[in-house]
Design a protein around this ligand. Structure first.
Ligand code: GLY
Length: 291
């Protein structure tokens, strides 16, 4: 059994962008599926899927990320291999094209789990990652509008993530984001922190999207993984934890998750969360704006 699920963020989406967002997550799932189908690892599959979305300026990750209060992009990303419980992440990194690749390099080439800020960027350069400005004109225009009304403050458009199961039964998860629009410079969200917005074990893989501070406080991804490990189906595990978060914080978030048998859970408390998935049982990709 192989399986992949991808999300493009549980935020507020303009009607005009929804079809393109669904096409984007479908393309990302296809990139990950191609890796799995040809015998690649779940780690390579989630990396490939997230890279597609980081390169698509529609999504709030990599190129096209939202801007902080000072008009700069500060990017977070995390990746985790469930079979060996290894994890890597970068936080508040500014000028790289694919934060997920740098996160993976942190996991594979250092004895650290998280690198942040200027030192994360220095590590990326030392590792051969080229200088890249992720700020797009479209995001700058939106930042100007959001700053003028200060209402964009509660928007979290389009964190991206992927979970996958490979032929060897290994699960992996990766998540990447520009974080919250107009966030305080230096703010770190849930995505790069294992157990908060991203988590994988031998039995479960989880990627979350939404208001990061609540997920950091709830250890959302870990809470869902623990339920899956105790035998709860992924959809039910995610729904239970999201309901608990809604009671505690009123927090609209979204989650994709997988178990080691390839059962997929896709749950969100927002009006939409573009997502796509495919498992060994499916003839084609399932891709939707809302679950
Ligand atoms: N979930 C993305 C963030 O809050 O940074």
């Amino acid at each position: 059994m192989i399986a992949i699920a991808v999300h493009g963020g549980a935020g507020r989406w303009d009607e005009a962008e929804r079809d393109a967002a669904v096409a984007g997550v479908r393309g990302a799932a296809a990139a990950g599926w191609q890796v799995l189908e040809t015998g690649g690892t779940s780690l390579d599959a989630v990396t490939a899927a997230v890279m597609v979305l980081e390169d698509d300026p529609l999504f709030n990750a990599g190129t096209g990320s939202v801007l902080n209060a000072e008009g700069d992009a500060e990017l977070d990303a995390g990746i985790m291999a469930g079979d060996v419980l290894t994890a890597g992440g970068v936080a508040c990194i500014r000028r790289v094209r694919n934060p997920v690749l740098v996160a993976r390099r942190v996991m594979e080439a250092t004895d650290c789990v998280l690198l942040a800020g200027a030192e994360a960027e220095r590590f990326a350069r030392d590792q051969g990652f080229a200088d890249h400005d992720p700020v797009t004109e479209r995001r700058r225009a939106r930042w100007r509008a959001a700053r003028a009304r200060q209402a964009g403050e509660r928007l979290v458009p389009g964190t991206v993530g992927a979970v996958a199961l490979d032929r060897g039964g290994r699960l992996a998860a990766a998540t990447s984001t520009g974080g919250r629009e107009l966030k305080r410079p230096g703010r770190i969200g849930d995505s790069p922190v294992p157990g908060a917005g991203n988590y994988a074990t031998a039995q479960a893989a989880v990627s979350a999207t939404g208001w990061g501070e609540f997920m950091l406080r709830m250890a959302t991804a870990k809470a869902i993984a623990t339920r899956i490990e105790s035998g709860e189906p992924p959809a039910s595990a995610a729904a239970s934890v999201l309901a608990e978060m809604a009671r505690s914080f009123g927090a609209p978030i979204g989650v994709i998750c997988l178990d080691a048998r390839g059962a997929v859970g896709i749950v969100h408390g927002t009006e939409g969360m573009p997502h796509a998935w495919r498992t060994g049982d499916d003839d084609d990709f399932n891709a939707r704006f809302a679950a």
